[in-house]
Design a protein around this ligand. Structure first.
Ligand code: NAD
Ligand code: UGA
Length: 450
């Protein structure tokens, strides 16, 4: 099927490439000329494992192309996907400016009978709003608007698209349902397909992200309790996760959830609850706790390591999780920011996200290896679960450091190995076994105040 994709970010690009892999003819348009220029040269401007290879394969196969003109991308498409950004507005609700703008720009070029498919994450009622916009511009046109939320994760985006847990197709008229079913027919054996209304599809996306965020928020609270009572969150999470009603995923305690989606989507869902008089108290609570978590962890680092103003600290990890260069709402950068605010000097390392991190946190020193970061550091903090940090040479690290505190806030390392290197291992959800850390007045006092 001839398809157009509007927006070539993480979602638009991955979805466009994968739809070509499924055998469709896909033209992608993005309003950012730099991004489009790179893509036209078959270069992927983001780090997403496997994406560039697959993009090149699909371009060579003649199924994927990039158009500098929206008209050309849209004119012959039976379905036009919108995958533009939906950031948070000041009150937390979804800022629909990019969606509305894209709908206005697409409208003049649509062919009669086309279906607009909203891929972006939006609130309930947005499909109807897009329908109104197109009707205002092209009243005589017979157009459908559908909602097809995306559930891929950065870092495993291709696999998530090709092997989804489910595909949600939201539409209010049968023709849109037929078009969507045809698009996804090659995946029909691989995953359950939920046919539902646009409103239900829109709600499902926000509800799914909010539920996953609740799981993470819950396990982080239990981790805090484990630290107080001598428990181990790894064992507790495994024990509860084996209950099939709970499930083992999204039970890893850490520095809190971040990224371009959970923070904004939980806020948007909560804002919708408030606006419609159906408050989502659990979601409100998890947002509040998650927002405080990074400041709390920064204070813990300062206190436990007895840091003084001007001390050097090494941070490993800037991305909001491994396998991505995305630093949007990254807990790592937030903790780093709090530490800098408390007078600590930072050296930071990230294998993929250093360039993006440096843009947001130029005050930190950015280095090329974890060992460089460790030189002279009073404490070392791991904040992103990059696999290479698991393999780190702890003796080398300890020899480079000037202090002995390793804060393993992704629970990556083996306690015995860390202690054998002469370091104190601070994990999330387990009390440190060895030292009771000294508490310093000066900086720790400021930290408490912050
Ligand atoms: P992004 O910011 O990486 O990409 C959005 C792209 O849209 C940008 O390249 C921008 O230039 C382009 N754009 C904006 N307005 C345009 C217009 N009028 N015409 C053409 N292009 C335009 O965003 P993203 O991370 O890909 O997210 C897109 C949507 O998908 C959001 O609603 C997000 O919540 C949702 N989503 C994201 C993920 C994820 O993992 N990133 C997963 C599922 C859903
Ligand atoms: C998330 C969802 O997992 C996707 O299904 C969804 O499509 C996407 O949001 C979206 O709507 O954009 P993503 O943001 O790429 O995907 O990353 P996740 O793997 O979900 O991680 C989000 C955050 O939660 C990260 O900061 C991660 O470190 C944290 N996390 C995740 C934990 O702290 N513990 C866990 O057990 C899992």
């Amino acid at each position: 099927m001839q398809l157009a994709m509007i927006g070539a970010g993480y979602v638009g690009l991955t979805t466009g490439v994968c739809l070509a892999t499924l055998g469709h003819d896909v033209q992608i348009y993005d309003s950012n000329p730099d991004r489009l220029g790179q893509l036209m040269a078959a270069k992927v401007p983001i780090y997403e494992p496997g994406l560039e290879d697959e993009l090149r394969r699909q371009i060579s196969a003649g199924r994927l192309s990039f158009s500098p003109l929206m008209r050309r991308a849209v004119a012959n498409a039976r379905a036009v996907f919108l995958a533009v950004g939906t950031p948070a507005a000041a009150d937390g609700s979804v800022d629909l400016a990019q969606i509305e703008q894209a709908a206005r720009e697409v409208a003049p070029h649509l062919q009669n009978g086309a279906t607009i498919v909203i891929k972006s994450t939006v609130g309930a009622g947005t499909s109807r709003r897009v329908r109104e916009i197109v009707a205002e511009a092209r009243g005589a046109l017979d157009i459908s608007v559908a909602s097809n939320p995306e559930f891929l994760r950065e870092g495993s985006a291709l696999q998530d698209f090709m092997e989804p847990d489910r595909i949600v197709l939201g539409y209010d008229d049968p023709r849109a349902g037929e078009v969507l079913a045809e698009i996804y027919a090659p995946l029909a054996e691989a995953a359950p397909i939920v046919h539902t209304s646009t409103t239900n599809a829109e709600l499902s996306k926000h509800a799914a992200n909010a539920f996953l965020a609740l799981k993470i928020g819950f396990v982080n609270e239990v981790a805090d309790l484990c630290e107080r009572v001598g428990g181990d969150i790894g064992a507790v999470a495994r024990s509860i996760g084996l209950d099939r009603r709970i499930g083992p995923d999204f039970l890893k305690a850490g520095p809190g959830f971040g990224g371009s989606c959970f923070p904004k989507d939980t806020r948007a869902f909560a804002a919708a609850g408030r606006r419609h008089g159906a408050p989502l108290d659990l979601v409100e609570s998890v947002i509040r706790r998650n927002d405080h978590r990074q400041a709390t962890l920064a204070r813990r680092i300062v206190t436990a390591a007895g840091l003084q103003e001007g001390d050097d600290v090494a941070i490993l990890g800037a991305a909001f999780k491994a396998d991505t260069d995305d630093v949007r709402e990254s807990p790592a950068l937030r903790i780093a920011g709090y530490l800098i605010g408390m007078g600590v000097r930072l050296k930071m390392h990230d294998p993929k996200a250093a360039r993006n991190g440096q843009r947001l946190l130029p005050q930190a020193g950015w280095v090329d290896t974890p060992y460089e970061a460790a030189i002279g550091a009073k404490a070392l903090v791991i904040l992103t679960e990059w696999p290479q940090y698991r393999q780190i040479d702890l003796q080398h690290l300890a020899a480079a450091m000037d202090g002995c505190h390793l804060f393993d806030y992704r629970n990556l390392l083996d306690r015995r190995a860390v202690e054998a290197a002469g370091l104190v291992h601070h994990r999330i959800g387990t009390a440190p076994r060895s030292l009771h850390a000294p508490i310093t007045v000066g900086l720790a006092g400021r930290a408490r105040a912050g």
